[in-house]
Design a protein around this ligand. Structure first.
Ligand code: ADP
Length: 241
């Protein structure tokens, strides 16, 4: 639901000082949990997301097993203290169930699941602090956790949202921009293969705005992809030197 719009862009700058095409500051760390097969933390501005991957492992319950591939399961949750105020109930919400599916479907095209028949790959995304873009940060983190778990993929998946705020196309919306903007469009892609694996649009864009927004999203995704590769390199190359 879009409410009455406050002024979110003043003299070409957003309320946090960014230009329309700027990402928030990003911090990525891979391999942050000892007990998981793979893990990663992604911070983008005030949004902070932890992803953990377990598997390929035995399928429980057994009837979910597929003879020709691994099944991919995903659980997205927001920690009850991740949002300001007391708005988030700890019970799984419809939104969390939907986002679990959205994140899984954004990652599935990258995973070579036929290499692991009769197994399960479980992906957990925990939102530690929420300020817009949690599904996209979750996808970016989960694909790194999959790589950290050694699961073969066609490419990493990176994701970011674009949108329209006070008539301007902007990259990487924060919560206020998401809430009061005219449109919000999360996009995920396998950057080196130039394949989009998720695209959602909430709000209204003209065809020209849509093209401009998509190009900006893909540019942001490429920048995030470089940071993902840097983070993997820090864990795997520099650690062995
Ligand atoms: P995304 O986090 O992928 O942008 P939404 O568009 O659904 O997904 O949410 C936008 C932002 O609104 C979230 O990042 C979070 O900051 C806030 N938000 C969403 N759901 C809740 C909730 N139940 N309680 C408090 N804040 C929420």
């Amino acid at each position: 639901m879009k409410r009455e719009k406050p002024q979110l862009i003043i003299n070409g700058r957003r309320l946090d000082g960014r230009a329309p095409q700027d990402l928030r500051p990003i911090k990525i760390e891979v391999g942050v949990l000892k007990n998981a097969d793979g893990s990663a933390i992604v911070e983008i501005g005030n949004t902070k997301v932890l992803a953990a991957v377990y598997g390929p492992r035995e399928v429980v319950p057994k009837h979910q097993e597929q003879i020709d591939r691994a099944i991919i399961r995903c659980r997205y949750r927001m920690l009850s203290f991740s949002t300001p105020g007391e708005r988030k109930s700890p019970a799984p919400s419809r939104r969390e169930i939907e986002l679990s599916k959205v994140i899984r479907e954004a990652l599935e095209p990258a995973i070579l699941s036929y290499q692991f028949p009769r197994t399960a790959i479980d992906i957990y995304v925990e939102v530690i602090n929420a300020d817009g873009g949690t599904r996209t940060a979750g996808i970016t983190a989960a694909s790194l956790a999959l790589a950290d778990a050694g699961i073969p993929m066609l490419d990493l998946v990176a994701a970011v949202a674009v949108g329209k705020v006070n008539g301007v196309i902007v990259l990487d919306l924060n919560e206020v921009e998401d809430m009061y903007g005219e449109a919000d469009m999360p996009v995920a892609a396998m950057p080196s293969l130039k394949r989009i694996t998720m695209l959602q649009l909430n709000g209204v864009l003209t065809p020209d705005e849509f093209r401009q927004a998509l190009a900006l999203a893909l540019d942001g995704i490429n920048r995030i992809y470089q940071l993902q590769k840097d983070a993997l390199r820090r864990k795997y190359v520099e650690a062995s030197e």
